[in-house]
Design a protein around this ligand. Sequence first.
Ligand code: CO
Length: 223
Amino acid sequence: MQMDINDLNQDDEEMAKLFENNKLWAEKVRREQPDFFEKLTHQQHPEFLWIGCSDSRVPANEIVNMLPGELFVHRNVANLVLPGDLNCMSVLYYAVEVLQVKHILVCGHYGCGGVSAAMSNRSHGMIDGWLHNIKNVYHKHHQQLDLAATEEQRLDRLCELNVIEQVANVSQTPVVQKAWGRGNPLTVHGVIYSIRDGILKDLDVRVTGVQQTPRSFHIHDDE
Ligand code: CO
């Protein structure tokens, strides 16, 4: 792609700002806690895996006021957990098997653009295959969704139902099933964030063991 000199200058300025911000941030952290980076160099011990939306308005660490080292994070469009997604499954595997996190949070947000796109009957190009998974969630719950009084309420309810379905998807993965089989304490939570007021709401759908998941997903290593 051709860029003219003005575009390049603009580009340089934006990047310079980014590096400047980074320097200021690192200095501030070091001022408040001189050994902060030194300690993090050696290891990370996050107790939480965060699976959230890529939306720039839903930044994981900031929302829950956690520092680097406290959250292991995976984000994608509309916070989907699909067993065929090698990226998400690798993050899940590492978080559960190696880091041994105690909590997995699936975090959705109201007004999600991905969920909204899936609700429409237009094609959205190469992302259609991804959105198909949300359409499945819609179809599964269409009776209650079609009753919503307004479009906004319908979208917000689908955002919640999508989180609840992804909590089930996490709970049904072999990685999580095996961790429970070994007796590891591990809870899967569904939460939803409001961009309007910054508040995170618990959807009260926590899953803490195999007994809460359908039998067809159970794993017995001795068989
Ligand atoms: Co979103």
